[in-house]
Structure formats: structure tokens, C-alpha cells
Write a protein that binds this ligand. Structure first.
Ligand code: SAH
Length: 413
């Protein structure tokens, strides 16, 4: 029968492996798949079925990845095509509309969080920067970009699909202009009144740590609170500062001194440029003293302690120390080491903003690691708040792995 022949290929799960999909977790692991019916291409639409053949989800097939399929929808009646993708993109953009009042740098699409596994789309002013991280999403590239441009009114799209992840999806790395004009060497954005220049061609991720927006603002509020409480402008240490996001937010809020450490000279050059475009070191009560220190944070924390330095606020926002489960133990030691080093520099009553962006380290474990550092430092701390990525990085309750960025705001007793 023609209708039967036209049916999309199917992934049949092993008996007992249906539960995670029934709970709407959107990843199908290779180990759960009993067999593949039909001959789906890389990225093709497949139905995922239980051992008894009952429908569980529509998904995109990834024959080379351990995540063998990424679910589009759990609704059997859904028709997954370009229109469907475009509608999801439009909904994602609409959800962020209010954010444009406070920032011109925002994430418009955050993969699974927006029902579009494998698509990241960021907006920097009038430039869109996209990443296609899965074969399924790659096959809908043009429709996704059409929808992004139509909904935002942006005409310039730059591709940063130069991520290692693509190899696992059988896709080559790619970077370059997709639509319109090439972006300028630096794209200027404004976030909560602070200007930042972003290198969308070569910067980390798509150029900027958009996910830390609310935490940069939180830091600015802490600086102001410190001034109110003590009558003194705080000394701030920003470790792993990259292009100076936290440093400049602190300086503009009234910090007396900001010492920023990073091992990348290129990132520090951009950071210093970002300070300049905001009026170097200008705070509400006079200029802040900004120092950009090209060094290894692990070593520098020890040296600062030996030199007897103290800070009122310390920020730790390291790179991902654990990229998978096997690296968790080693990463835990590294997190503990820097947190211990930071706590030893912290004045009583001072604040530590400590982050981890390792998806493999869950928030409970991270909190235990930092608690261990607090114990070793012989200091007590209050947990004032848990910090996370901003609202433009939505986390699905069914996919806890999506909550990769976690932070603790601690106050030293
Ligand atoms: N906090 C930043 C993002 C940090 S990204 C922001 O809000 O924009 C991580 C940074 O850590 C990168 O800039 C990288 O150059 C730096 N880095 C990685 N390992 C380091 C080390 N051992 N010492 C100092 N910097 C390091």
C-alpha cells in the first residue's frame, strides 16, 4: 500500500527503554534502540516506537551520535516540516520580545528549551549569529533562517557552526556569512546600559557570554549594596574574565578597583577595549582602577594570597572543566581548588559569585564541592542565592541537562 510505503522510517526501542521518552525526555540514546526500520538519512525524520510498536515521538535521526535521535514532538498528529520549524522559531522570538528593552544581545533560540534541538540563534544588535549543531536541524536550515529574519527584521546572518559537536552528527564545521552583509570586526551591543564590543567571528560561543546577563547585573547591585553598607567602594577580583563582562559591570556600579585575570591576551585586549568604550573606569563616585592581568588563575590565586591581598567581592566563572562524566572527578578537584583560593582572599562580609557551566556536574554536586572548599578555608558562608542563566536560556523540566550554568552567591560570615 502506498500509504504504508510512504511512512517515515522508525526507531524501535528495546523492551523497557520507553520510560524516559514517556516522560518526555527528548533524547534517544543509541543503547536504547533495538533496531532501525527503513533507511533514514542523517537528520531524517523518524518515528520512535516502543518495543510493542506504539508511537512515542517524532525525532531527527543521528546515526553517528550516541544520542541516536533528538525528539521534535511527542504528538503523533504533528507534521514535522519546514512550516513546523518556522512556527517554533517564531514562538521563540516572540517569547523574548520584552528582553529587547534591557539588552541588544540576547539568545533567540536555545535548542531543546525552545523545542528546536540543535539550533542556537543569538541576536547582537541587528546581526544574527546561528549555530546548527544537529543533522536534523541542519536539514531545516533555510526555513529556520527565513523565520528568524522575518520575525526580527534582521538581514545579516553569520554562521558559527564551527563547533566540535558537529563531527558527532556527521557534519563538517562551518563558519561564514549566510545572509546579507558580513558583520563588522566588532559588533557593539548594550546590556543594562553597559556597552560591549563582541567578536562574533572568533569569540567564544557566538562571541559573548549572553547567559551571564542577569548575573552581571546582580554583581552591579552587590557593588552598590557594599557601598551603602560600609560607605566604602569595594575591591573586586574577576577570575576568568574573558572580554570583561563582570569587570565592567562592577566598575560602572562603583567598584574602587577591579583586578581581572584571564590567560588569553586576545580576550584581555577586547576587555580593555570594552572598558574604554564605557569611559575607562568611570564609576558613579569617580574612576575605578582597572587592571587586566594575563595569568593562570590557579597560580595567581596562590600568589595573591602570599602577597596578602584581600577582596570584597570575587567572581569565579571558569570554562567548562568537565565535558563528560569521566572528567567529573578531576573537574571537582579544580573547582574546589579555585573556590578555596578565592575564599582565602575574601574579606569577612564579602561575597563570592561562584559558577560552573559543566553540564555533567549537577547543582547538588557543585554545592558540595564548594562546601568542601569553605570547610578547608576555615570560613563560614551563607548561601544567599542560587544563580542561573537568564530567561532567554529556558530550561525544560523534562531535560535537567539543559540547566548547564549554575552559580552560588555566597556571603562570608
Ligand atoms: N566570565 C566570562 C566568561 C568566562 S569564559 C564572561 O562573563 O564573559 C572562560 C575564560 O577562562 C576564557 O576567557 C579563557 O581564556 C579563560 N581561562 C581558561 N583557563 C584559564 C586559566 N587556567 N587561567 C586563566 N584563565 C583561563
Amino acid at each position: 500500500m502506498a500509504a504504508h510505503l510512504a511512512a517515515p522510517p522508525a526507531l524501535l526501542l528495546k523492551p523497557g527503554k520507553e520510560r524516559s521518552l514517556e516522560r518526555r525526555h527528548p533524547w534517544v540514546y543509541a543503547a536504547a534502540v533495538a533496531r532501525v526500520e527503513g533507511e533514514p538519512d542523517n537528520g531524517a525524520l523518524v518515528s520512535v516506537r516502543g518495543a510493542d510498536r506504539r508511537f512515542l515521538a517524532w525525532a531527527a535521526f543521528s546515526p553517528a551520535s550516541t544520542i541516536r535521535a533528538r525528539c521534535w514532538s511527542f504528538d503523533e498528529a504533528a507534521r514535522i516540516d519546514g512550516d513546523w520549524v518556522a512556527a517554533r522559531v517564531e514562538a521563540a522570538v516572540a517569547r523574548r520580545q520584552a528582553l529587547l528593552e534591557s539588552t541588544s544581545a540576547l539568545r533567540l533560540v536555545f535548542g531543546e528549551g525552545d523545542g528546536l534541538p540543535g539550533l542556537v540563534a543569538d541576536r547582537y544588535g541587528s546581526t544574527l549569529v546561528v549555530q546548527f549543531q544537529s543533522a536534523g536541524m541542519e536539514s531545516h536550515r533555510d526555513r529556520a533562517i527565513d523565520a528568524l529574519c522575518a520575525r526580527t527584521g534582521c538581514a545579516d546572518v553569520f554562521d558559527r557552526s564551527d563547533v566540535a559537536l558537529r563531527a558527532r552528527e556527521g557534519l563538517p564545521e562551518r563558519s561564514g556569512v549566510l545572509r546579507g552583509n558580513a558583520p563588522p570586526a566588532l559588533v557593539r551591543v548594550h546590556e543594562h546600559g553597559v556597552a560591549y564590543d563582541v567578536d562574533v567571528r572568533r569569540g567564544h560561543k557566538t562571541g559573548f557570554y549572553i547567559d551571564q546577563r542577569e548575573n552581571r547585573r546582580r554583581l552591579a547591585e552587590l557593588v552598590q549594596e557594599h557601598v551603602r553598607r560600609t560607605g566604602r567602594r569595594p575591591r573586586v577580583l574577576n577570575c576568568f574574565c574573558y572580554t570583561g563582562g563582570f569587570s565592567i559591570a562592577a566598575a560602572l556600579a562603583g567598584a574602587a578597583q577591579v583586578l581581572s585575570v584571564d590567560s588569553s591576551a586576545d580576550a584581555l585586549a577586547l576587555a580593555a577595549g570594552n572598558a574604554r568604550i564605557n569611559g575607562t573606569g568611570a564609576g558613579p563616585d569617580g574612576p575605578a582602577e582597572l587592571r587586566w592581568d594575563c595569568a593562570d588563575v590557579f597560580e595567581r590565586l596562590r600568589e595573591l594570597r602570599e602577597a596578602g591581598e584581600r577582596f570584597d567581592i570575587v567572581v569565579l566563572d571558569p570554562p567548562k572543566f568537565a565535558t563528560n562524566q569521566h572528567q567529573v572527578e578531576r573537574a571537582a578537584r579544580a573547582y574546589k581548588d579555585i573556590n578555596l583560593g578565592a575564599l582565602r582572599l575574601l574579606e569577612p562580609g564579602g561575597w563570592l559569585l561562584s559558577f560552573s557551566c559543566s553540564g555533567a556536574i549537577e547543582v547538588d554536586l557543585f554545592q558540595k564541592i564548594v562546601a568542601g572548599a569553605i570547610f578547608d578555608a576555615g570560613s563560614d558562608c551563607y548561601l544567599r542565592a542560587r544563580l542561573a542563566a537568564g530567561a532567554d536560556h529556558p530550561t525544560l523540566m523534562t531535560l535537567p541537562e539543559g540547566e548547564y550554568l549554575k552559580g552560588l552567591l555566597l556571603e562570608r560570615v
